[in-house]
Design a protein around this ligand. Structure first.
Ligand code: ZN
Length: 204
């Protein structure tokens, strides 16, 4: 029987996640922590990675800052709420620029992924980025990381077709990221204990 430790090279050193539309339900240019709603299975998926010692991070475009719809404190407040609901992340990287700013961080450029890798002390080649749209996959590719798409309401069909790998939900995406040696170690947990599957209701 092969010990799991001999397959350690199969396990990513870190898994990075897009925030809006991937970890939490997308609310465009959201600056209100009260509107943060995790997607179903997010908490369990992240706990699974934490329990395996895989570092986790968030890489997020926040062009609402450049557009004057958000300030940095709004972004930080929403990020803090994400951690309240989903637990701690090892690194947070966000781009406050707009599409016209020509920055090097906004996805699909590689800057956010590379900054996260530097912060974590890992090689992009040992990193998986999970996101819901083509710019996430582009950022992974440009950084030399592996991209896995979990399509959502914002995903274009063309982006799904172009994605290097596609999974139906976060749990499945992480199963893919971990590889077959670990895929069978944990069954999908009962999602009934998570708030993310509740009705979103209305904040008004
Ligand atoms: Zn930027």
């Amino acid at each position: 029987m092969t010990p799991v430790t001999s397959r350690r090279t199969r396990i990513p050193a870190a898994v990075l996640f897009d925030r809006d539309g991937t970890l939490v339900v997308d609310v465009p240019y959201n600056g209100d922590p009260a509107l943060v709603r995790p997607v179903p299975g997010a908490r369990q998926t992240l706990e699974r990675l934490r329990s395996l010692g895989v570092r986790i991070g968030v890489v997020s475009n926040q062009s609402g800052v450049a557009l004057g719809l958000l300030d940095l404190e709004d972004v930080r407040a929403v990020n803090a709420r994400v951690e309240d609901l989903l637990g701690p992340f090892d690194t947070w990287q966000f781009c406050p620029h707009g599409p016209q700013d020509g920055c090097r961080c906004r996805k699909p450029k590689a800057g956010l992924v590379l900054a996260a890798c530097r912060d974590l002390g890992v090689s992009p080649r040992d990193v998986v980025l999970i996101g819901d749209i083509g710019s996430d996959m582009g950022a992974a590719r440009h950084a030399g990381a592996r991209g896995i798409m979990v399509p959502g309401p914002a995903t274009l069909r063309r982006e799904v077709l172009d994605a290097p790998a596609v999974a139906g939900d976060l749990w499945s995406a992480v199963t893919l990221a971990l590889g077959p040696e670990l895929a069978g170690d944990a069954a999908y947990p009962d999602p009934g204990d998570e708030g993310g599957s509740e009705s979103l209701g209305s904040a008004a």
